[in-house]
Every structure is written in C-alpha cells, then in structure tokens.
Design a protein around this ligand. Structure first.
Ligand SMILES: [Fe+2]
Length: 143
C-alpha cells in the first residue's frame, strides 16, 4: 500500500515536543546500544475511518519496520475505538498487548527482537469520522 506523508509543519519539526521525543529516543536507545550513530526518521501517521473503509493502522499486518529501535508516540485519537498494539516475538507469538490512548503515550520497540501490529480502529459514533494520529520515530544503526 502506497503511503503519502504530509511534510512536517515547521513549528512541529522544530518544536519542544519533537525535540524532547528525539532526545528521549537517543538517551534510551543510546544506553541500549552505546557508541552507535543513528539514522533517524520521523513519520506522521493519520488513520481515518468514515464508515466506508476499515481503518487499518498497519495494513501490512504484523511486521517489523526494518530498523534498530522504534519510538511510537500517540498524538491523538478522535471518536475511535480499537487500535490496540501487540508486540510479538520472533516466532510471531504475542508477548504484550497495550493501547496508546492518551497524547504522548509512548511505546519503545526493539525492532530487531520483536514484531508489532495494531488492530483496526472503528468509529464510536458512526455519524462522525474517527481518526488516530501517531508519530513514529525510527532509529537505525549508522554504519
Ligand atoms: Fe511499524
């Protein structure tokens, strides 16, 4: 599935929240893997449901991002239920389930050791669109 990402607004990219999240990832992942330089990417994911399609946060299903570590931060949910995250071991057996519900709820994932997936979202009130906004920051070892 092709994904189209809106560019970050400048005030978000250069804001204190983004700066804090990037620093949090560098601090924690830097302790787990010292002496590594990082290639860091950030993407804004908005899943919307309007009654016509199922809202799949991870259309590829259970997957790895192909990086070293992943920081997933909830930005906001509106009129949405579902969107439960599951972490799987390398045999794809579930090991942890949780939901990022409130703004800045964060999940830190060792992408080399686990898979992850997110269940579909649905509308609470079917007359109103639902949305789920997540910021995903990936850290990959820089050779
Ligand atoms: Fe992912």
């Amino acid at each position: 599935m092709a994904r189209h990402y809106e560019p970050f607004e400048d005030q978000i990219l250069r804001g204190r929240t983004m700066d804090s999240l990037l620093t949090l990832g560098c601090d924690i992942f830097g302790r787990l893997a010292p002496y590594s330089g990082w290639h860091i990417e950030a993407h804004q994911f908005r899943i919307e449901v309007n009654g016509e399609e199922v809202g799949l946060p991870t259309p590829e299903g259970v997957h790895r991002d192909g990086v070293t570590f992943v920081l997933m931060a909830m930005i906001g949910r509106s009129n949405a239920i579902g969107g439960e995250s599951t972490v799987f071991n390398l045999d794809k057996q579930p090991v942890e389930k949780f939901s990022l519900t409130d703004p800045l709820d964060v999940a830190l994932v060792n992408d080399e050791r686990v898979y992850h997936g997110v269940t579909p979202i649905e509308q609470v009130d079917p007359a109103v669109p639902a949305s789920r906004d997540v910021l995903v920051i990936t850290y990959r070892h820089k050779p």
